[in-house]
Design a protein around this ligand. Structure first.
Ligand code: R5P
Length: 311
């Protein structure tokens, strides 16, 4: 039988997934000692069960990661049959290569720790780089928010005048896949510093004049990438600019930067628990992701294919 345990990072998402699957969350305590050590107690029998832990490793990243590890350990020691770490937003994913000498590959380290703690499988979504799947030596499914975004884009846009835009060269594969699904053209914002000491120039590759632009990305953190790209597109005559970004990290003054920008709408998922500021922001909309994750979990439990969810 499958059972769901929630960490503290996004309990409303865990509850929504539970509701989708018709399952209550396992009774468990995930709390702190006075010195902030994490303590976990699973308060019902899980012996021989197919366990799913829902925990995005979002801010505060290290605390939420530690909670995930300790829940895995508690379940393993309680003789769970199988433990799947459901990590809708996988923190540390941006540290997936050495950007310079003597720097870490922290995404690989985190994958190692999760595996060593005792996870048998990982379910995640829109990994910063698909190759991170290979950092785990246990089965790892990487869901795409793309199909959910496509449905929403079709509801809210006139596709005959729409163009999908990658906000940087690194995101072209992701943007191209969305443009193909929507059967619309693709443009790219190419940020360049021609000479050291000179300011960056935003070149737009593709004709966006008079078009409704849809920027796509995996993560919005400070919002700098997005707002700069939106300004560059409007300077090239774009009619309006919206954005679809899977993980709303939105740290620091990001929400104020978005609300103060010329962006028509920013659409994110609830892979990371939206703050109050996000919920009330006039140009940010949050799409629920529980049905996609819940469907994948149900299929994993029944040993069915999840690949049709990628389409
Ligand atoms: C970078 O490679 C990612 O795909 C995002 O573009 C980046 O993390 C966004 O960061 P920020 O919102 O701080 O510009």
């Amino acid at each position: 039988m499958m059972k769901i345990v929630s960490g503290n990072s996004n309990r409303p998402l865990a509850e929504a997934i539970g509701a989708y699957l018709g399952l209550p969350l396992v009774k468990a305590t995930v709390k702190r000692f006075n010195d902030m050590e994490v303590f976990v107690e699973i308060q019902e029998n899980v012996r021989g069960q197919d366990m799913f832990i829902i925990q995005s490793t979002s801010f505060p990243t290290n605390d939420h990661l530690m909670e995930l590890l300790i829940i895995i350990d508690a379940l393993r020691r309680a003789s769970a049959k199988r433990i799947t770490a459901v990590i809708p937003y996988f923190g540390y994913a941006r540290q997936d290569r050495k950007p310079g000498p003597r720097t870490p590959i922290s995404a690989k380290l985190v994958a190692n720790i999760i595996t060593h703690a005792g996870a048998d499988k990982v379910l995640t979504m829109d990994l910063h780089a698909g190759q991170i799947q290979g950092f785990f030596d246990i089965p790892t499914d990487n869901l795409f928010a793309g199909p959910v975004f496509v449905r929403d884009i079709k509801q809210h846009n006139n596709l005959s005048n729409t163009i999908v835009v990658s906000p940087d060269v690194g995101g072209v594969v992701r943007a191209r896949a969305l443009a193909k699904r929507l059967d619309v053209p693709l443009a790219i914002v190419d940020k360049r510093r021609e000479r050291a000491g000179e300011s960056e120039v935003m070149n737009v590759i593709g004709d966006v004049a008079g078009k409704s632009c849809i920027l796509v990305d995996d993560i919005i953190d400070s919002g700098g990438t997005l707002v700069n790209a939106a300004d560059a597109l409007l300077a090239k005559g774009a009619k309006d600019v919206s954005a679809y970004i899977t993980h709303g990290v939105l740290s620091g003054g990001a929400v104020a930067r978005i609300t103060g920008s010329k962006l028509k709408t920013l659409v994110i998922t609830d892979s990371i628990l939206p703050t109050e500021a996000v919920r009330i922001a006039k140009n940010i909309r949050v799409i629920p992701i529980a049905p996609l994750i819940g469907e994948a979990m149900g299929r994993m439990n029944r040993e069915e294919s999840v690949s049709s969810l990628f389409e």
